[in-house]
Design a protein around this ligand. Structure first.
Ligand SMILES: *Cc1c(COP(=O)(O)O)cnc(C)c1O
Length: 400
């Protein structure tokens, strides 16, 4: 039998994954592991989850045929519009799912980590909606860089804790959230923002985002008379929008999977977040994955203009798929992403998040047949990135 790319019963994807956690968390991680599938597969949960996705988030998100971009790249390009979700990105799909799960497990207090603040805003939003106590851990550097999102979280009623250890960025915020969880294991639910963390989080988050590919299936059937594309393209930080995009196609070999990670200033520049290109096997935040680290195992800081891709590790499902050759991972540099963001804006009138612009830039590196159906996920909208786009625009050579 062929090996599956989904998690096995021990919580591993090939050699990656698992749950490397301090003793004190064992009970709550085990409780989550024992109950998550029963709860999220129950009719009662599904009904509530899908009703909120429809009326609160605004799903299904459109599958838009991008005519001018299709002509430019010589393929049939569809954009999966996660940028049109409430709060502006795919992260809300997961936040809604996990808070419903937390409620059903009887938890009363929510914690989360955030980098750019997108997951923090999504979590604060669902906590306001569900009337739950909410505490967000965010590196102090990010608190300063992402001030608007901090204000949004506070307006939504969340308490934001600036983290002052390490580089004071996302990775440190994760460590701090885990530390908080250790001190309040009984009443607290940790809403993890991407396909990372100890098992069962990577699987839980992938399932919560799988609504993306579930919709792509019937939307393609409607538009093209067949329910699968030739290519799926998504950007990858921790891996949640990518996991949601590919979920129902992972074992379908007709579908090629292309993922765009953040090359930063170049994968050999010393300023990169291209974890799959530059990482080696290590353990970070409870999971075995590819991690950027020094030869003696110190975690290296990730560099990219894209705050949402700024993480030195990458989820275990994607590590396994990449090393087994199921996915092709491209490193997209800062300037390529900026250029691609302007290109989509001027060609289709859609300003993508700088993260999503990495996926757009991947189009240039692929060769298509004119009949190839390509589905690319626009993970979020670019309003939050206007300063970054404008600041880097003058560095672009031609085009604009
Ligand atoms: C957070 C974020 C990402 C990266 O996270 P994944 O878990 O890899 O999807 C990508 N795009 C946007 C818009 C984000 O907010």
């Amino acid at each position: 039998m062929k090996e599956s790319f989904f998690v096995n019963k021990n919580g591993f994807y090939g050699e990656f994954g698992g749950a490397y956690i301090p003793e004190i968390l064992y009970k709550c991680v085990d409780e989550l592991k024992q109950s998550y599938l029963n709860i999220i597969e129950s009719e009662n949960f599904k009904q509530e989850y899908h009703a909120l996705l429809k009326d609160y988030v605004g799903r299904p998100s459109p599958l838009y045929y991008a005519k001018r971009m299709s002509q430019r790249y010589g393929c049939q390009l569809y954009l999966k519009r996660e940028d049109l979700n409430h709060t502006g990105a795919h992260k809300i799909n997961n936040a809604i799912g996990q808070i419903l799960l937390a409620k059903k497990m009887g938890k009363t207090r929510i914690i989360a980590e955030t980098g750019a603040g997108q997951h923090g805003v999504a979590t604060a939003t669902v906590c306001a909606l569900m009337n739950m106590e909410c505490e967000i851990f965010m590196g102090k550097t990010d608190v300063q860089r992402q001030h608007v999102n901090v204000e949004r979280m506070r307006m939504l009623g969340a308490k934001v804790h600036p983290v002052t250890t390490g580089n004071m960025t996302l990775s440190d915020a994760c460590s701090e959230a885990i530390r908080d969880w250790c001190s309040h294991p009984d009443n607290t639910f940790y809403i993890v923002g991407s396909t990372m963390g100890p098992h069962p989080y990577p699987d839980l988050v992938a399932r919560m985002q799988s609504v993306i590919s579930e919709e792509i299936k019937w939307q393609l059937e409607e538009k093209e008379g067949r329910n699968y594309p030739d290519y799926l393209i998504a950007c990858i930080g921790g891996g949640s929008n990518a996991a949601g995009t590919i979920y129902h196609y992972v074992d379908d070999e007709r579908v090629k999977i292309v993922l765009a990670e953040a090359g930063g200033q170049g994968i050999n520049s010393g300023y990169t977040a291209a974890t799959i290109h530059k990482g080696s096997v290590g353990i970070l935040h409870g999971s075995k994955m590819l991690v950027m680290q020094t030869p003696d195992g110190q975690i290296e800081e990730a560099f990219t203009i894209s705050a949402g891709l700024d993480y030195p590790g990458v989820g275990p499902m994607h590590c396994n798929m990449a090393v087994k050759g199921r996915s092709k991972v491209l490193a997209i540099n800062d300037d390529e992403a900026i250029k691609a963001g302007f290109e989509l804006t001027r060609t289709e009138g859609i300003i993508p998040a700088i993260e999503s612009a990495h996926a757009i830039a991947a189009l240039k590196k692929l060769t298509f047949n004119p009949s190839d159906i390509v589905v690319l996920t626009v993970s979020g909208r670019g309003d939050k990135d206007l300063d970054t786009y404008l600041k880097h625009k003058e560095n672009l050579s031609s085009n604009e």
